[in-house]
Design a protein around this ligand. Structure first.
Ligand code: NAD
Length: 488
């Protein structure tokens, strides 16, 4: 056992893997830099591969019988203690995550990290509150029971690392599974802090493990271990497909929460100020939000009035250091990702799309990109059809509700859709016709943890959230007893 730590935002963060309750370093490392200042190397993190992945799955497998046998009652106190510790440490978690991936520190503290604690509490309660379906049929008493599925691999992206790790680990653990978490290599640090808190909460060794490293090394090795019984992935459709192929070979159920290209539809009877405020929120986290409504679809008669509002609010955004409360626009995560966003905009210009505003880096140094709005030359333009994952929105108009639906449903994605209207009737008609996993009317990002969450089309496969997640992390069995054949 060896344990290396580095200090980030005044917090000592472990840079190794966490396996069977011990910190384990690899000789090979990778550099983790801060998007706030790319010259700063925050940490040299252990670069795991097949050996570490195998050890971590060994540990998860060894811990599984005792953890699964505890039952929901036995597991709940651990998860609640972990939730309390996350609440206690919100400020330090937010400070580290802010340096690591540059989301605004205020929103991390007030919203995103706190949601991690809620995830653990909510799933402890939901697992305890499970009401098995019971019914009588053909002379038998029937019950649907949940069996913990086994070692589970959780793979997360870089854009909301702590929240997404807890969103998946909480139901997996509550369902009685043991977990190996592999966070994204661009924002690996908060996962290490989660392991410290899990130790402090007294989680038995091997119940929650961490392997750091690259996707095609550590991630692929974990997914490729035949002993793994569930895979939960959030990331890009390309990686989702690659993992899906392995899951199919091993006949392992997996969920994939993938990218988005949601429409934000503004009808002519909408509160335009509210709709424009919502549109400008799509620049939050530099647009690196899968659920964002990045395609603005506006009814022709209100188009100009709406665009002027969006332009004015976007112009008031303040790029800067995400740690400062005055900053409202954060940088992109990585120079490679900035180049990718720049590539999208350059190709849009070449294709004849019109840049309404923005379309450049905020300044030559640093990873900030201007809030950008692009009017495409056609609906099949790349900028409309592919996820940019940056502060780049598109603007299209429509004549009537039928055309709004047709445009709304015209990409291969289907994660979310947002509608602004003052008519419940029109809202319900659009709500029924739009193909997406989540539809918001006159609001955005309101999430109830018991609701199903996932995507349609290339936005994902399967559903997490509430009982849907607990069912996914369990094997359901039908238990039948012949009526009158037993006492008690
Ligand atoms: P990515 O697919 O490149 O990487 C995601 C994770 O997969 C990382 O941890 C990476 O190391 C790992 N990985 C890569 N190749 C792998 C392989 N062969 N086997 C196993 N693991 C592998 O995605 P990203 O760039 O980190 O994240 C951005 C994407 O995530 C965007 O498309 C975004 O929309 C999506 N996302 C979706 C949701 C959602 O809930 N639907 C939420 C957040 C982000």
């Amino acid at each position: 056992m060896s344990e290396s730590r580095t200090t980030v935002a005044g917090v000592a963060v472990a840079t190794g893997h966490h396996i069977a309750g011990d910190w384990v370093d690899s000789t090979a490392t990778f550099e983790d830099r801060s998007p706030l200042d790319w010259d700063v190397v925050l940490a040299r993190v252990s670069r795991g591969g097949p050996a570490e992945a195998t050890r971590a799955v060994d540990a998860a497998l060894a811990a599984f019988p005792a953890w699964s046998a505890l039952g929901a009652e036995g597991r709940a106190p651990y998860l609640r203690r972990l939730a309390d510790l996350i609440d206690r440490d919100v400020a330090r978690l937010a400070a580290v995550e802010c340096l690591d991936m540059a989301m605004l520190e205020d929103s991390l503290r007030e919203r995103v990290i706190a949601r991690g604690a809620r995830n653990f509490r909510a799933y402890a309660d939901l697992a305890l509150g499970y009401q098995p379906r019971r019914w009588d049929s053909q002379g038998t008493h029937n019950t649907v029971l949940r069996m913990p599925a086994g070692p589970t691999v959780v793979i997360t992206p870089w854009n909301a690392p702590f929240m997404l790790a807890t969103w998946k680990c909480a139901p997996a653990l509550a369902a009685g599974n043991t977990v190996v978490l592999k966070p994204a290599e661009w924002s690996p640090l908060s996962a290490a802090l989660l392991m410290d808190l899990a130790d402090e909460a007294g989680l038995p060794p091997g119940v929650l493990n961490l392997v750091q490293g690259y996707g095609d090394e550590a991630g692929a090795a974990l997914v490729g271990d035949v002993r793994v019984r569930r895979i939960s992935f959030t990331g890009s459709p390309e990686t989702g497909r690659a993992i899906g192929r392995v899951a199919a070979d091993h006949l392992v159920p997996f969920t994939a929460e993938l990218g988005g290209k949601g429409p934000l539809i503004v009808l002519d009877d909408a509160d335009l100020d509210a709709a424009a405020r919502s549109a400008v929120r799509m620049y939050d986290d530099a647009g690196q939000v899968c659920l964002a409504g990045t395609r603005l679809l506006v009814q022709e008669s209100v188009r100009d009035a709406f665009v002027e509002r969006v332009r004015a609010s976007a112009a008031a955004l303040v790029p800067g250091d995400s740690r400062l409360p005055t900053t409202t626009l954060s940088p992109l995560i990585h120079p490679e990702h900035l180049a990718r966003v720049e590539g999208f905009v350059a190709r849009a210009r070449e294709a004849g799309d019109r840049v309404v505003f923005g379309g450049a880096r905020w300044r030559p140094d640093g990873l900030w990109y201007e809030p950008t709005l692009i009017e495409p030359h056609a609906n099949d333009a790349e900028i409309v059809q592919r996820e940019v994952f940056g502060p780049v929105l598109t603007l299209q108009s429509f004549a009537d509700d039928a055309e709004a639906v047709a445009l709304g449903n015209s990409t291969p994605y289907g994660l979310s859709a947002i509608v602004y209207t003052s008519s419940r009737e029109r809202a319900d008609a659009l709500g029924a016709a739009l193909r997406a996993g989540t539809i918001w009317v006159n609001t955005f990002l309101v999430r109830d943890l018991t609701a199903p969450f996932g995507g349609v089309g290339i936005s994902g496969l399967g559903r997490e959230g509430g009982d849907y997640a607990l069912d996914f992390y369990s094997d359901l069995k039908t238990y039948q007893v012949r009526e009158g054949s037993t006492h008690g």
